[in-house]
Design a protein around this ligand. Sequence first.
Ligand code: R5P
Length: 290
Amino acid sequence: MTRLVLPLPGSEALGEGLARALRADLREIESRRFPDGETYVRLPTEVEGREVVLVCTLANPDEQALRLLFSARTARELGAASVTLVAPYLAYMRQDARFQPGEAVTSRHFAELVSREVDRLVTVDPHLHRHASLGEIYAIPAEAVRAAPLIADWIAANVAAPLVVGPDSESDQWVSEVAERAGAPYVVLRKERHGDRDVDISAPDLAAWAGRTPVLVDDIVSSGRTMIEAARRLVDQGFPAPVCVAVHPLFADDAFAELSRLASRIVSTDTVPHPTNAISVVPRIAEALA
Ligand code: R5P
């Protein structure tokens, strides 16, 4: 029997693309809020005996997570043969340590909740910093599709004489790979974060790369402070407005408007629906599932 792809609200386009790529059936999950704020979920009954693929990007995690967990539990209760979660953006990966006494290590807690309800997880570039792999916190088979090759190919096709720039040491892991595949040099800036929206970026002397087009690459743009401050440091050194590339375009509050004033172009992958989506991860996710 063919697989059954069920996108959660907000992930419809991803679900449609995936169902097409997998030649799977696509059905809707019905969901709404009761007047008191509780969540109503109804799955198609044909999940029985099927390999179910729930597609749920988690850019609004607290709103989406409960609906996802209810859907996964219901799919199992209705007799699904297996339940796979495709979460192109996987939330709750950044609180990966107890930085202050008493803090919840939510990456671990969230992973435990999800691992109880689904059989397998496929995501794209999860924010792995203090956790070396998803397997450290997820108790189910968990696969991370990498966006770096897609980003590298986009840069090679769209930017002349690029200089790939990572805004902080964490980005070294993907910018080095992006640069190598795009056949471009790369540099990594230094970041100090003092608070959610308080970030200092410093850059070494980049005179050796004068004449190149800077391409800032980061995994997540949330408050935008990292990209914005990094773009400023490049412009301070006389570079043209950078091209900014994000894997996961979260763009909280006015982040997109502010970054738009500094960047020559902003592009992202479609792990989170956003007007900047220019690079599709769907074929890679389909390969991982196949
Ligand atoms: C963490 O360091 C990540 O790689 C990103 O740089 C970070 O999440 C970006 O966050 P923001 O846009 O809030 O600066």
